[in-house]
Ligand binder design. Structure first.
Ligand code: HEM
Length: 356
């Protein structure tokens, strides 16, 4: 008679799932060691926060109600009635910000290490799309609590594309589900936030990680091989886990010591309060729109800024093909200087917008 033993179960899985091939691959993968190795942790940290977002987001969905009549009330319920609801909400909001911060650091570090050079172009392109998706998560999630700040910031945010010639008005109506912000906007933002964006993001994160396993970790152009690389499994993986534990400690401390707040409920009849600002990661665009004159030569200033930011995004996607030097494994100082100027501009504008 067939007996179900521990060994029989293991053999059954081994014959149906390529455990051995995966284990062999993990054992052969190596991570280069050099003075910039610390930056290798930021992709993994972004992944950690992404997982946190996924889990806490599902927990919040159990209680959140996406209608203007119930949204605010359901957030109050989560914060005051649901056991540990306030912590889960606080973790979700703080981890969103920390994820965007680690994502920016990850992008900047792979930019300076020129890790986008062949054969990793698709890793870079999937990464830039992921950046857009993650910012999309931030934008769509902001309206969900339906408090004053969320309502008016979304009003300003959805107004921004309006100035783009020909398609601007349609983009605004598409985002709002009408001319004004209302119940249709909330339904759309919710559907985007919990279904559309997660599905595309999951697929792209999967692709990004698969390519990372396939090609391994790159060595920056200028760095010569001085130290021996370390094994990914178990050595680098254990270091990654240490970084994840550190990130968890920081996240839990901030989320508990500084719980995420909630403003007054949005009242469509009241005038917009003073000092409405978008989240910090949209501040460079917001501040540029603020300082630019309404007309520049023959052009509408706002439309011009939108188009320049869009072109900037496209140039970022195309970077592996623009940077011809990196294709020959050469250091490209020119691209790095341009990148540094753009970065300094974005940081300065964020600071100005913050203290303004
Ligand atoms: C949800 C967002 C993202 C996640 C979860 C993620 C995750 C990761 C992980 C775990 C690695 C391997 C470890 C490392 O080298 O840091 C990696 C590598 C890489 N990522 Fe990302 N990443 C994301 C977004 C981005 C963005 C925005 C870019 C750039 C535009 C990017 C470009 C790359 C490149 C080029 C590599 C290869 C680095 C190398 O081999 O040295 N990623 N990513």
């Amino acid at each position: 008679m067939f007996k179900i033993t521990r060994d029989a179960i293991i053999i059954w899985f081994r014959n149906r799932f390529p455990v051995d091939t995966l284990a062999r691959h993990l054992k052969t993968k190596q991570v280069p060691q050099h003075r910039h190795s610390i930056w290798y942790y930021f992709g993994g940290l972004t992944l950690f926060f992404f997982i946190v977002q996924f889990v806490t987001g599902i927990l919040l969905m159990f209680y959140y109600r996406p209608t203007p009549d119930h949204a605010y009330e359901s957030i109050l319920f989560i914060m005051h009635e649901v056991r540990f609801g306030w912590v889960i909400r606080s973790i979700h909001s703080w981890a969103a910000n920390l994820m965007i911060a680690t994502l920016f650091i990850h992008l900047i570090s792979v930019f300076y290490m020129q890790a986008y050079r062949p054969p990793r172009e698709l890793m870079w392109i999937s990464g830039v799309i992921l950046l857009g998706l993650v910012l999309g998560f931030g934008f769509t999630g902001y309206l969900l609590p339906w408090d004053e700040m969320a309502f008016y910031a979304t009003q300003i945010g959805t107004e921004i594309p309006r100035s783009i010639p020909v398609i601007g008005e349609s983009i605004m109506i598409l985002l709002r589900g009408g001319r004004e912000i209302g119940s249709a906007t909330l339904t759309r933002m919710y559907a985007l936030h919990v279904v559309v964006l997660p599905l595309i993001t999951l697929f792209l994160v999967g692709l990004h990680l698969f390519l990372n396993q396939y090609y391994g970790v790159s060595r920056p152009v200028k760095v010569k091989k001085k130290k021996e690389p370390i094994k990914f499994f178990p050595n680098f993986m254990l270091r990654d886990i240490r970084a994840w534990l550190g990130a968890m400690l920081v996240l839990l401390s901030i989320a508990m010591l500084s719980p995420w707040g909630l403003g007054e409920e949005a009242d469509l009849l009241k005038p917009a309060p003073e000092g409405i600002k978008p989240e910090w990661y949209f501040l460079p665009l917001y501040q540029t729109l603020k300082i630019v004159p309404s007309r520049i030569w023959y052009f509408d200033g706002e439309a011009l800024v939108n188009i320049i930011f869009l072109l900037g995004g496209l140039l970022l996607v195309a970077l592996p093909f623009i940077d011809r030097k990196s294709r020959n494994d050469e250091n490209n100082m020119f691209i790095k200087i341009i990148g540094t100027i753009v970065l300094i501009y974005l940081i300065i504008l964020t600071i100005i917008a913050y203290i303004d």
